[in-house]
Design a protein around this ligand. Structure first.
Ligand code: IPD
Length: 277
């Protein structure tokens, strides 16, 4: 009540684009890893921190009553019931190497800052290198640079291009490789582009037919998830669950059900041990 989702969309866009300019203009020729997080292959750079600081500073001025959940900083409590969910650089490994697929992702959600329980209200994903900017507002549709977005409706799983991603732990990856052995032979092909937020936006515009990933964080899926659903995608998990860090699947039409069943059979939301469910 009293929440104008279009106003929130405009703010999300302005924040993501501003941080994107910082990331683009400030990228040194050789990017150093400042620290590692969940494992030795999960990097943080100085720019991840600088971009998030910019977003937080802007929000402190523009939306002082809202909470903040960001990839690189402490949670900020709020009083309004809204939370800004920030990924200052989604696709940090691409940023590190200079592969052009990385983005700033800014979402605002109502309710608990947990993808399984929140209601995403608005969001923006700004692709830093080429400037493509996707936005969505709840009930207001998804667009990229002024053009309304609609998901594809592939006729078959065998004709579907599927995006996915991998976690940062060796154990998780070993199981994800196992799951791939049942998915890859059944689909047109797989893309691992390296930024979940961009993957979800590509799905929204029909440049990917399906997407799945285990282990996403809230900031990976906040804005991109809303862009996808506002473009007509179903977004969910396995075994009747909502999309969560356990599993996020997106797509439209009967092929998404087929993918869900394939992933359930492959125990893609488990860790590959013969544990009873
Ligand atoms: C990662 C990217 C990647 C996905 C990982 C994420 P980060 O985000 O979105 O595509 O596969 O699960 O953690 O660490 O670059 O912000």
């Amino acid at each position: 009540d009293g929440v104008d989702v279009e106003e929130l969309r405009a703010l999300a866009r302005s924040l993501a684009c501003e941080a994107g300019t910082l990331v683009r203009e400030g990228r040194p020729e050789r990017v150093e890893v400042a620290a590692t997080k969940s494992s030795a292959v999960d990097p943080v750079t100085a720019m991840d921190r600088a971009s998030e600081e910019l977003l937080r500073a802007r929000l402190a001025v523009e939306r002082p009553d809202d909470a903040i959940l960001g990839e690189e900083g402490d949670d900020v409590p709020g009083t309004s019931g809204l939370t800004w969910v920030l990924d200052p650089i989604d696709g940090t490994v691409n940023y590190l190497y200079g592969v052009a697929s990385y983005a700033v992702s800014v979402a605002v959600v109502a309710g608990p800052p947990d993808p399984e329980r929140w209601t995403a209200l608005a969001g923006c994903v700004h692709s830093v290198v080429d400037g493509r900017t996707w936005t969505a507002a709840l009930g207001g549709g998804a667009e990229r640079d002024g053009r309304a977005l609609h998901v594809s409706r592939p006729a078959s799983l065998a004709g579907s291009l599927v995006g996915t991603g991998f976690g940062y732990s060796a154990e998780r990856r070993a199981h994800q490789a196992q799951v791939l052995t049942s998915v890859l032979p059944r689909v047109r092909d797989i893309r691992r582009l390296g930024a979940a937020a961009i993957d979800l936006c590509l799905l929204a515009e029909g440049a990917l037919d399906l997407y799945y990933e285990r282990g996403l964080n809230p900031w990976d899926v906040g804005a991109g998830g809303l862009v996808a659903t506002e473009a007509g995608a179903w977004l969910g998990g396995l075994r009747g669950r909502r999309a969560s860090s356990t599993m996020t699947v997106a797509g439209a039409g009967p092929v998404v059900d087929e993918l869900v069943h394939l992933l359930e059979a492959a125990d893609a939301d488990g860790d590959g041990r013969a544990a009873p469910r």
